[in-house]
Design a binder for this molecule. Structure first.
Ligand SMILES: C[S@@+](CC[C@H](N)C(=O)[O-])C[C@H]1O[C@@H](n2cnc3c(N)ncnc32)[C@H](O)[C@@H]1O
Length: 232
C-alpha cells in the first residue's frame, strides 16, 4: 500500500521508508498535543509521519508538486482515514498566493486551487524548502507563521551548504537572496537534478526568526541537513 514511485528530480523521498529521530520527535509532540488537531506537511512526498498523525486524530493537509492524489486516496481508504488526509497537488510557492516571476517547467503550472487551514498546530516540511529560491521560502515561512495558532510548532529540515550533495555547488558564496543553482555531479547520487538554495545554520535561524518564530532546537545532521524546531 505504501509503495509510491517518486519522480526523483527533487531528491530522495525518505518519507516512504524509515522514520528518523526527527519524525519521532514530531510524533511524540503530536501525542502530547492538546487542543485543535490540525497539521500541514509541505512537500510531503509519501508522508509516513503525516499518516501516523492522521491515525491519531489529526486533520492533516498535505501539499506536493508530485501528483499523489491516488496514493493518498488509497492510503486513506485502506486505513479508514480518508476524512483526515487532505492532499493538494500544488507548488508550495502558490500556497500563500506569493508566487512572483517564477518560471515553471512543463506540467508544473498552477495545478489546483489551494486551501490552507488557518489554525495549524503542527507544520512539517522536511527536505523540501531548499528546492525553492530564498524569497519564495521566505513567503512560505511567513505564510505558515500567519496560519499557525499561538504555540504552534514547525518542524523544518532543509539542506545545508556543506551537505553531502553540495560538492559541486558553485553558488555557495552568493548572498542567500540570489543563491540558487545546480549541485553538480553529486546531484545524480542523491536525485537532486534541479537548482537549489542551500543554507548555513544561521541563515535558517534568520529565516525563521524574521517571520516571528522562536527557535527551540536546531541541529545539523551528519548528512548536512539543518533540522529545526520552532514555535509561534
Ligand atoms: C526529498 S523529497 C522529500 C519528501 C518528504 N518530505 C520527506 O521527508 O522525505 C522532496 C519533495 O518535495 C517536493 N517538492 C519539491 N519542490 C516542490 C515545490 N516547489 N512545491 C511542492 N512540492 C515540491 C517533491 O515532489 C518531493 O516530494
Amino acid at each position: 500500500m505504501f509503495k509510491h514511485i517518486h519522480a526523483t528530480n527533487y531528491g530522495i523521498d525518505i518519507s516512504r521508508g524509515r522514520l528518523d529521530s526527527f519524525d519521532k520527535e514530531i510524533i511524540k509532540y503530536a501525542f502530547e498535543h492538546k487542543g485543535r488537531r490540525v497539521a500541514v506537511n509541505i512537500g510531503c512526498g509519501a508522508g509516513k509521519v503525516s499518516i501516523i498523525l492522521a491515525l491519531i486524530g489529526f486533520d492533516v493537509w498535505l501539499y506536493d508538486i508530485d501528483d499523489l492524489r491516488e496514493y493518498y486516496a488509497r492510503v486513506g481508504e485502506v486505513l479508514g482515514i480518508e476524512n483526515k488526509l487532505h492532499f493538494t497537488r500544488c507548488d508550495i510557492r502558490d500556497m500563500f498566493q506569493v508566487s512572483q516571476n517564477i518560471t515553471r517547467g512543463a506540467g508544473q503550472e498552477n495545478v489546483c486551487a489551494i486551501s490552507v487551514p488557518n489554525d495549524i498546530a503542527i507544520a512539517i516540511s522536511q527536505r523540501v524548502l531548499h528546492h525553492v529560491p530564498y524569497p519564495d521560502a521566505e513567503c512560505v515561512i511567513n505564510g505558515l507563521y500567519k496560519n499557525m495558532i499561538a504555540n504552534g510548532k514547525l518542524f523544518l529540515s532543509v539542506s545545508g551548504v556543506e551537505c553531502k550533495f553540495a560538492g559541486g555547488y558553485t553558488c555557495a558564496r552568493e548572498p542567500i537572496e540570489r543563491r540558487f543553482c545546480d549541485v553538480g555531479d553529486d546531484g545524480e547520487i542523491y536525485s537532486v537534478y534541479n537548482a537549489v538554495c542551500l543554507y548555513t545554520q544561521s541563515e535558517v535561524v534568520h529565516l525563521l526568526q524574521n517571520a516571528g518564530f522562536i527557535v527551540q532546537d536546531i541541529e545539523t545532521t551528519r548528512f548536512g541537513n539543518h533540522r529545526v524546531i520552532v514555535s509561534k
